[in-house]
Write a protein that binds this ligand. Structure first.
Ligand code: FES
Ligand code: MG
Length: 585
């Protein structure tokens, strides 16, 4: 789990300082640059601090209300130390923090906002390259999407997982244990005192969620893509190795700028296949699909959902980490971390892929070991041999839907049942536990209007609740279908990301109580047994719900958001004609 080999000095040609874009601001001896230089002196820097040096942005998603990034105030100083040492001029640029627990209605509404902010911060300032500080769920894809579009040399410093939670001698995991102990509390098995102690013990250090939620999934994917130093994503946030990784990333970005090593050099189709392979081997969050499609779209690479299914079919799940497995990210680090895991699936990876330190993925995996076969399983004892993820199609999801088969009870993998439909979240919340609701465990629970436009922002509602009267029978899983996402720490036979979404009049909007629906995971099918003529009749009578926003960011979001299978990026942010560099007058 320790960071891999130091960057090898490769024979990449090095650029002259005069060629760097920052020199358009600083390099002109005349009046044009006078203001930039005098205003830098105003901040107390001397000529030797910044003249003739690469200018390095540090986009910092620290905020007073993002617990996952609370150590970034200190880490940014360590990044700066590395940049100074290597001869660069560090400039911290604060950006929107996207704190998963606090930002409402959902951080997903603002992922593209942070991506735009990152891109425009870099474009509008005299920056030659960037260190990206993120980790809490959406911050990772957002920072990368912006940096990819700007395509300056970039390195990602992942926040790192928090330490294992602890209560009364028991290990607590983010998310998963919250649901578990809340159920115990509701059943009368936990005192108020115990519940308060759990609140105080479940998140006891800086760092992102330490289960295999979206944060751990995305930071590991970004490392596999080659956008971090090797080993970076597995280091727990409070570990002193994390601080050393931060300063090393600062040192490295200065050389990346001089070598002109850009995201477009690293993020090839092979790198994305490597990223998807890591995602599957980790049994990562389903959210990663949307983020990877969006990130690839920024480079101009088309990632159809089928690619995820193909790679899932050939990739074993080896990380025994919650919620799919037993352990937490701290254990994963001690067991050898991501480098250990990747060293067990080298035959599934393109080892020639270039990474941020100038070495190939294969070079970065040299010497990687696994120290605990329980946490990182050997190839002959995987959690699942294949299909940690499945992409479904059918007349209920013509553009696709996704499910995590290992998270669903096996008897539901092929299932036909009667639909019980909820028009939206409030409708579901109001009626799901009604004892008079006509539903049993063979039914299929359908939630409409929970997608990118319908909810809005495609929140993590996809683990639809099982009615209390069915829970009371001891039933713990049912087939559930929505156009929402699901938290990486959730579980169950939940069909997610149904596209096109119901708000746009997709077939999901036309489902009625009592319709028969078939989920067939081995056949990769999701079918509504209603004939086309009847569906056409229902479509003609269908009325689109009112828009959520008349003004502001929400209105822009609604106008430009693409569907889940296209990554939920804004249509105008896909790779396309280059955006011109700003004029400097
Ligand atoms: Fe930040 Fe889970 S709340 S990663
Ligand atoms: Mg989450």
């Amino acid at each position: 789990g320790l960071p891999g080999p130091e960057a090898k000095a490769k024979d990449r040609p090095r650029r002259q300082i005069a060629e760097l874009r920052s020199q358009r601001w600083y390099g002109d001896p005349g009046l044009r640059a006078f203001g930039h230089r005098s205003r830098t002196f105003q901040m107390g820097y001397t000529r030797a601090d910044f003249m003739g040096k690469p200018v390095v942005a540090i986009v910092n998603t620290w905020s007073d209300i993002n617990p996952c990034h609370s150590h970034f105030k200190q880490r940014v100083e360590e990044v700066k130390r590395g940049i100074w040492q290597a001869g660069g001029f560090p400039v911290e640029l604060p950006a929107m923090s996207l704190s998963e627990p606090f930002v409402k209605p959902t951080t997903m509404l603002y992922r593209n906002f942070l991506a735009m902010e990152t891109e425009e911060l870099l474009r509008s300032h005299p920056m030659d390259g960037v260190v990206l500080l993120g980790g809490c769920d959406k911050t990772t894809p957002a920072l990368l999407m912006g940096a990819i579009s700007m395509n300056l040399p970039a390195i990602f410093v992942p926040a790192g997982p928090m330490l294992r939670g602890n209560w009364a001698g028991k290990v607590l995991g983010s998310g998963s244990d919250t649901w578990k102990y809340w159920a115990e509390k509701r059943a009368g098995n936990l005192s108020d005192q115990a519940w308060q102690e759990i609140e105080e013990g479940i998140a006891r250090s800086p760092g992102h969620c330490m289960t295999m939620g979206t944060a751990s999934t995305m930071t590991a994917i970004v490392e596999t893509l080659g956008m971090t130093l090797p080993g970076a994503s597995s280091i727990p946030a409070p570990d002193s190795g994390h601080a050393r990784m931060a300063s090393e990333s600062g040192r490295r970005i200065v050389d990346m700028i001089l070598e002109d090593l850009k995201p477009s050099d690293i993020l090839t189709p092979a790198a994305f296949d490597n990223g998807i392979t890591a995602d599957i081997a980790l049994s990562g969050s389903t959210n990663a699909i949307i983020h990877l499609v969006a990130m690839a779209g920024r480079v101009g690479i088309d990632l159809p959902l089928e690619r995820f299914d193909e790679i899932a079919k050939r990739t074993p799940v080896l990380a025994d980490v919650r919620p799919s497995g037993r352990f937490l990210m701290e254990d994963f680090y001690y067991a050898g971390g991501l480098r250990g895991l990747l060293s067990r699936i080298t035959s599934h990876l393109d080892l020639t892929a270039l990474t941020a330190n100038g070495c190939t993925l294969g070079e970065n995996l040299e010497g990687a070991e696994v120290y605990n076969d329980e946490v990182i399983r050997p190839r002959d004892n995987p959690l699942t041999e294949s299909s940690g993820l499945a992409v479904l199609k059918g007349n209920l999801a013509p553009n696709g839907a996704v499910i995590k088969p290992p998270a669903a009870e096996p008897h539901l993998h092929v299932h036909t049942g009667k639909a019980r439909v909820f028009r939206n979240y409030d409708d579901m919340a109001a009626r799901i536990d009604d004892p008079a609701l006509d539903i049993d465990e063979t039914c299929v629970i359908v939630l409409q209007n929970a997608g990118p436009l319908g909810a809005p922002g495609m929140p993590e509602w996809g683990q639809l609740p099982i009615p209390q009267k069915i829970l009371a029978k001891g039933v713990r899983d049912m087939v559930r279908i929505s156009d929402a996402r699901m938290s990486g720490t959730s579980y169950g036979a939940c069909v997610l990301h149904v596209s096109p979404e119901s708000y746009l009049g997709g077939p999901l909007a036309l489902v009625q109580d009592g319709d028969l629906i078939t989920l067939d995971i081995p056949g990769r099918r999701l079918d509504l047994h209603v004939d086309d003529a009847e569906l056409a009749r229902r479509k003609a009578a269908w009325v689109q719900p009112k828009p959520h926003y008349e003004r502001g960011y929400g209105a822009m979001f609604a106008k430009h958001i693409t569907s889940a299978d296209k990554g939920c990026d804004f249509d105008f942010l896909h790779a396309g004609a280059p955006t011109p560099e700003p004029e400097i007058h």
